[in-house]
Design a protein around this ligand. Structure first.
Ligand code: ZN
Length: 479
């Protein structure tokens, strides 16, 4: 048992050092490895498999709503990037450039895409001519590159994986509806698939995407009460379309500029999963994206018929569409328990000679540690139901953390005191001025997370300057 104990001890307690706990989990659960370039990570099979599940489910949602996947080049000519002023100002500091092709210096340097609005616009200018060409509902799954100064696994990579949807519409109303539709798909995905509750809102002008008219965001609270921006959906109006000279002939036979959206989520969601659900024994995965939903561990596997009985149960669960693995390696059961706890496998199924006699098995939940003896009759349904219970249990626990650490404040002083003591989300009234937003950052160390769609009336005046208030805002320390 000494070896089993050691395996668990290798991760730092989250209460002692949350950041260290986080990187320990990323490494010990075999999600990621470091490469020789700072900020560029290797997604290991187990980590990549989580992304594949996310991708498969979201891609299905995109297709159900009429979107098509495309692939655009990874290089953007500098002149193209510069066509939209706010956009280039926002991204230029993080761009990496290609300046040589073989041994020749290029006449124009190329940016490695930090995002692809400009490339999509160039393409759309070529293929959109008539109202019959609209809407264009495109998405691409790809990697992007942003030359960050600091890096952490999944949270901040120089190169990371994401999807970027880019759509064009004949009217502003249609584009606005698309922005909201995709934003709601993200919010539902967080709740129904990742078991993470979100605050749905709009970004302030300071925090919105470079070049966007409006940015919608889903904000999540991590276990350490810091905020993580989960996904964003942007409405561009016709600003980019004008800058890129994209026009179409309307039903009225006049030339018009189309209206545009973009929306994206990235492998940062995996950081959210780790930091919302994980515990001191390692990762805790929400069942709907877990690469292994049930691990089957034979007990006294040297005895006759044990492996066969275990394999039969595994086959039944697989046939029912569940993701199952049986571990009949020569490691001790204790070692296996610790290993799959570390990897956050939602359910462990143990089956030994005595269980086989009684036509039962043992199920152990990763989230709560609860142990149950259940009949092998109808094991498929029992396991499916228990996976749903785990999903709901994880969601309820995360919601409790969010609700208990979101509080109203009437003044900047109150925000300062409470944020320092408790972290979490402080909600206040706000006049809408950038000055007050900057003051909040300077003095309380928090940024505006969002202007929630569900507004509450906490008072008539801005908590910072005392002028008439326009919105209720959530503030927090963000990753
Ligand atoms: Zn103010």
């Amino acid at each position: 048992m000494a070896q089993d104990k050691k395996q668990v001890e290798q991760i730092t307690d989250m209460e002692v050092d949350f950041a260290k706990w986080y990187t320990d989990v990323c490494k010990k659960a075999e999600l990621i490895d470091y490469s020789s370039i700072k900020g560029m990570f290797i997604y290991r099979p187990y980590g990549y498999a989580i992304w594949e599940n996310i991708q498969r489910i979201l891609d299905g949602e995109f297709k159900k709503t009429g979107h098509e996947n495309v692939y655009l080049p990874m290089l953007i000519p500098e002149s193209l990037l510069q066509k939209e002023k706010d956009h280039v100002e926002g991204f230029a500091p993080e761009c990496a450039w290609v300046t040589y092709g073989g041994v020749d210096k290029l006449e124009e340097r190329y940016c490695i895409r930090p995002t692809s609005e400009t490339l999509f616009c160039e393409h759309y200018a070529n293929i959109i001519h008539s109202h019959r060409d609209l809407p264009k509902l495109y998405n691409q799954w790809t990697s992007v590159l942003r030359w960050e100064k600091t890096s952490r696994p999944f949270l901040r990579h120089r190169e990371f994986l994401w999807q970027e949807g880019h759509t064009m519409h004949a009217t502003a109303e249609e584009a606005q509806a698309e922005t909201e539709r995709m934003f709601n798909i993200y919010a539902d995905f967080f709740k129904d698939v990742l078991a993470i509750p979100v605050v749905k809102g709009r970004k302030t002008d300071k925090e919105k995407f470079s070049g966007a008219e409006a940015t919608y965001t889903v904000e999540c609270m991590m276990h350490d009460r810091k905020a993580l921006q989960g996904g964003t959906s942007h409405y561009f109006g016709d600003g980019f379309a004008k800058a890129f000279d994209i026009t179409f002939t309307g039903r009225d036979n006049q030339l018009h500029h189309p209206f545009q959206t973009s929306w994206g989520v990235s492998t940062r969601m995996i950081a959210g999963i780790i930091m919302v659900h994980g515990d001191n024994n390692g990762l805790v995965l929400p069942p709907r994206v877990a690469p292994i939903q049930v691990v089957v561990i034979p007990v006294a596997q040297h005895k006759e018929g044990v492996i066969e009985a275990n394999r039969a149960v595994m086959d039944r669960l697989s046939a029912a569409g569940l993701r199952v693995k049986m571990d009949d390696s020569d490691q001790s059961p204790g070692w296996k328990f610790a290993e799959y706890e570390m990897k956050g496998v939602p359910l462990r199924l143990e089956l030994g000679p005595k269980d086989i006699e009684k036509n039962q098995c043992v199920l152990v939940r990763r989230d709560s540690g609860e142990k149950a003896f259940v009949s092998l009759d109808g094991i498929e349904d029992t396991v499916s139901r228990m996976l749903d219970e785990i999903h709901n249990g994880l969601y309820t626990k995360a919601l409790k953390n969010l609700e208990e650490n979101t509080y109203a404040c009437a003044s900047l002083e109150e925000v300062k005191t409470k944020v320092a003591a408790q972290g979490g989300f402080a909600k206040t009234m706000w006049c809408g001025d950038l000055e007050c937003e900057l003051k909040m950052k300077e003095e309380a160390g928090v940024s505006s997370r969002c202007i929630p769609l569900e507004q509450e009336h906490l008072g008539d005046t801005c908590a910072i300057c005392g002028k008439p208030a326009r919105h209720m805002v959530y503030w927090g320390v963000a990753y």
